[in-house]
Design a protein around this ligand. Structure first.
Ligand SMILES: *Cc1c(COP(=O)(O)O)cnc(C)c1O
Length: 411
């Protein structure tokens, strides 16, 4: 458990936390949408543009070699961070969304009429729509793993859905709406029994759970930098070497080719085969700083502290009359996300009042409309915690919800 002093030291590294919102202190609890950035990340961007800036892998001059070195270093850092076997299995993309689109596109030649792809009720739109489009192009079928009233995947239905026809299973590791940690290892093992490939959407995972892609034996794993204190516009696709080699390229152009003539083009080896064009060099290098930040505190420590925040928040918020909390009460299966509704009040009305108090929460369908339909609501209010949040902020959230409720029920 971190002391108050330690958390204050961490908070001091995040300049935005000093900002006033309508003359209240900012309480930033929209971390499942994106996290704030510490000084070392912000500074790294300036250092990059002031001292390193140049294109990678192309030039032989000093700066180009330097930027290439830093980029490839971060690739290795990520390899270690997720325990991948080879650094060439780390493909830089714009983020989770692009990584899923890459796989759905590059794998499409494997999908035939009547094949099946399995996702779940819990998915973010970016892990629904690419598969839906692939299915409609190929006349394949999209199958959905149902959930129970707490939002837990119903694995017995998954066992019933999976068959030799299943080509891909794509599910999230942690739900961005309910914070539920899904039993991905079971799903991966079961899918492999039927020869299906598995993609795990890990957008909510880095810095929340220890990640070991080899131990999971997952085929594809994807996440973004910006939800782990890093910059926007950069993320990865991890894929097993053998499978990535087998897939078609996603985009074509510079960097991803070996030889080009007007008759024929051959592709570069991994990872460059999937990295057409000039990459987000600054984003990659700056992301390296975010990983250092996370590793210095320790993923397990972060996870442990966030769990305490979650447990405290659930305890406190459950006391509010008329509150509906989603996601069940088994904290072992939960990450630091808590979504709720208040009586019959509209989530936007509640969110607007919380905003006036300086509290940043997410409201609406949370990029998961099928899940909103499942719970028969238009939207939810979501609080999601990070290493710089405090128990006092949760007290303040609690008081502010009570005030919002009182105000809205009167008007
Ligand atoms: C945020 C999120 C995404 C989308 O990530 P981007 O960085 O916007 O591409 C996908 N899935 C889950 C579970 C998420 O939380």
């Amino acid at each position: 458990m971190f002391s108050k002093k330690k958390i204050q030291e961490i908070r001091d590294q995040f300049p935005i936390l000093k900002k006033k919102i309508y003359s209240n202190s900012l309480v930033y609890i929209d971390n499942a949408a994106t996290t704030q950035k510490p000084f070392q990340v912000i500074k790294a961007s300036e250092i990059y543009y002031s001292t390193i800036n140049s294109n990678v892998h192309r030039g032989l001059h000093f700066l180009s070699q330097e930027s290439t070195f830093y980029v490839e270093n971060v690739r290795k850092k990520i390899q270690k961070f997720i325990h991948a076997k080879h650094s060439s299995e780390i493909i830089f993309t714009k983020g989770t969304t692009e990584s899923i689109n890459l796989v759905a596109s590059s794998i499409s030649f494997l999908i035939k009429k009547g094949d099946e792809i399995i996702i779940s009720y819990l998915e973010h739109h970016s892990n629904i729509v690419p598969w839906q489009i692939l299915c409609s192009k190929k006349k394949a079928l999209l199958k959905i793993i149902p959930i129970n009233k707490d939002g837990l995947l119903q694995l017995e239905y998954f066992n019933f859905l999976i068959s030799e026809k299943t080509k891909i299973v794509a599910i999230n590791h942690v739900s961005n709406v309910l914070g539920i940690i899904n039993p991905v290892k079971n799903i991966i093992d079961k899918s492999h029994e039927y020869g299906a490939l598995v993609l795990i959407d890990g957008a909510q995972v880095p810095s929340s759970l220890d990640l070991d892609v080899q131990n999971l034996n997952v085929d594809f794993y994807v996440f973004s930098a910006h939800k782990m204190y890093g910059p926007t516009g950069i993320g990865i696709l991890y894929g097993k070497e053998k499978i990535l080699n087998y897939l078609d390229p996603y985009q074509t152009g510079g960097e991803m080719i070996n030889k080009v003539s007007f008759d024929q083009t051959t592709y570069s080896d991994l990872p460059f085969k999937f990295e057409a064009g000039t990459p987000n060099i600054e984003g990659i290098i700056v992301w390296g700083e975010a990983i250092d930040f996370v590793e210095k505190i320790g993923v397990e420590n972060i996870q442990h502290y966030k769990k305490e925040l979650l447990s405290y928040a659930i305890k406190l918020l459950s006391r509010i009359d008329g509150i509906q909390l989603y996601g069940g009460s088994d904290l072992k299966k939960r990450s630091s996300i808590i979504s709720f509704n208040l009586s019959k009040l509209h989530c936007f009305d509640v969110g607007s009042i919380l905003d006036r108090f300086g509290i940043a929460v997410r409201t609406g369908h949370l990029c998961a409309q099928p899940l909103m339909n499942f719970f028969n609501v238009k939207g939810m209010i979501r609080a999601s915690f990070s290493i710089y949040n405090t128990f006092e902020e949760i007290d303040y959230l609690f008081d502010s919800i009570l005030k919002a409720k009182k105000f809205l029920l009167k008007h």
